[in-house]
Design a protein around this ligand. Structure first.
Ligand code: FAQ
Length: 334
């Protein structure tokens, strides 16, 4: 089984009649579009589903720094370096907002990180692919941030207040990230034939992994039905994937690049493009830990955690001493 951790109570979404009085009142609040706040009653499975999704989202932001961070020292100009540095720093900030949102559900950041480091919790499949050259940094900004925003815009309306508010802020920053990636692609696609070839090669390698970011097809998505009933998710995986393709194809045309899909075709009837599905076997391999960079990414995170232990210990010792000094001063003043 490729999904883990949270089993919702039922194998299908229950009707209002089948719910307890508490659950029904909760569902009616969600249906009215009210936000659920941390201290309010919520079904245990709702809480666990949020911890799973927000935690994985936070991990994605943190692990997602690695493929781009790799290029900070090799950015082609000082301006590009400064922009990339700021972007990677933003991703760290996004991770922190999201860990804070998860903490309001009664799980600590240390617990979430332990689950990531032991491989029990996932992070986005996309970050298990390598960034081989500078064009890949353009493709990550354009496609990966583009896909991330497509997913996150709807999450601004998610039913859990702290997650929704974190998303509003994150989306503002992500849209700059997407534009800086597109700007790199514009420069490269309009550059020398070799630069244009690199841009096309980056698009070829990142296209299908970007489509996978939206998750398995709706038929295979185990959590969607319940998550949508609780308005944790607002759109299905396939709906968002379709929107992403429809938005991105004209952008590729403007760049003079070709989407690597022979079946890509405008479908007048549905008002969107028909396109090839990603290789789902590859997707399941990647999310089960067997992608090109899984071991390297997780290894880097575990090492960073171990290397930072002395610093965390120092901060905690300082906080304890400061608290003891404050307490002693209070007693002396009484
Ligand atoms: N990768 O039933 P569903 C970013 C798992 S942020 C890995 O459809 P659900 C910013 C899923 O967890 C990118 N695992 O699940 C940035 C579940 O396994 P579980 C991250 C995946 O939750 C840019 C199982 O498959 N964004 O990139 C993936 O209803 C550039 C069943 O799937 C978010 O996390 C995947 N792609 O829908 C940073 C957004 N897809 O947990 C740096 C919030 C599915 O039972 C640089 N998350 N799985 O073990 C979501 O919207 C949802 O969780 C989905 C999946 C849509 C990702």
């Amino acid at each position: 089984m490729y999904a883990q951790m949270v089993k919702t109570d039922a194998d299908r979404v229950r009707s209002l009649d089948e719910m307890s009085a508490h659950e029904r009142a909760f569902q009616e609040r969600v249906d009215r579009g009210e936000k659920i706040e941390p201290k309010e009653w919520m079904p245990e499975a709702y809480r666990k589903t949020l911890i799973r999704q927000i935690g994985q989202h936070a991990h994605s932001e943190i692990v997602g720094q690695l493929p781009e961070g790799n290029w900070i020292t090799r950015a082609p100009t000082l301006e590009r370096k400064a922009i990339l540095l700021a972007k990677v720093q933003d991703e760290a900030g996004h991770g922190l907002y999201l860990y804070c949102a998860a903490e309001t559900l009664g799980v600590s950041r240390d617990e979430l990180l332990a689950l990531l480091h032991s491989g029990k919790m996932k992070y986005s499949s996309i970050f298990n692919y390598p960034t081989l050259n500078w064009a890949d940094i353009g493709a990550v900004g354009w496609l990966v941030d583009g896909a991330a925003i497509m997913n996150q815009v709807q999450l601004q309306k998610t039913s859990y207040g702290p997650y929704s508010r974190a998303m509003i802020r994150i989306c503002k920053e992500e849209s700059f990230h997407q534009r800086q990636g597109y700007d790199i692609m514009m420069k490269m696609a309009a550059g020398s034939p070799e630069q244009k070839r690199m841009a096309q090669d980056a698009l070829n390698r990142f296209w299908y992994p970007s489509l996978m970011m939206f998750g398995p097809s709706d038929a295979d998505s185990v959590h969607s039905a319940q998550s949508m009933a609780w308005k944790i998710k607002i759109n299905t995986n396939d709906e968002l994937r379709q929107k992403f393709v429809d938005q991105t194809v004209p952008q590729a045309k403007y760049l003079g690049l070709t989407i690597p899909d022979e079946n890509l075709k405008w479908n007048e009837e549905k008002g969107g493009y028909d396109f090839s599905e990603p290789d789902w076997d590859e997707f399941f391999e990647v999310i089960n830990g067997n992608g090109p960079c899984n071991k390297e990414r997780l290894g880097a995170r575990v090492k960073a955690w171990e290397d930072g232990r002395w610093f965390r210990d120092g901060l905690n010792a300082h906080a304890e001493k400061a608290a003891a000094r404050r307490a002693a001063a209070k007693i002396a003043a009484e």
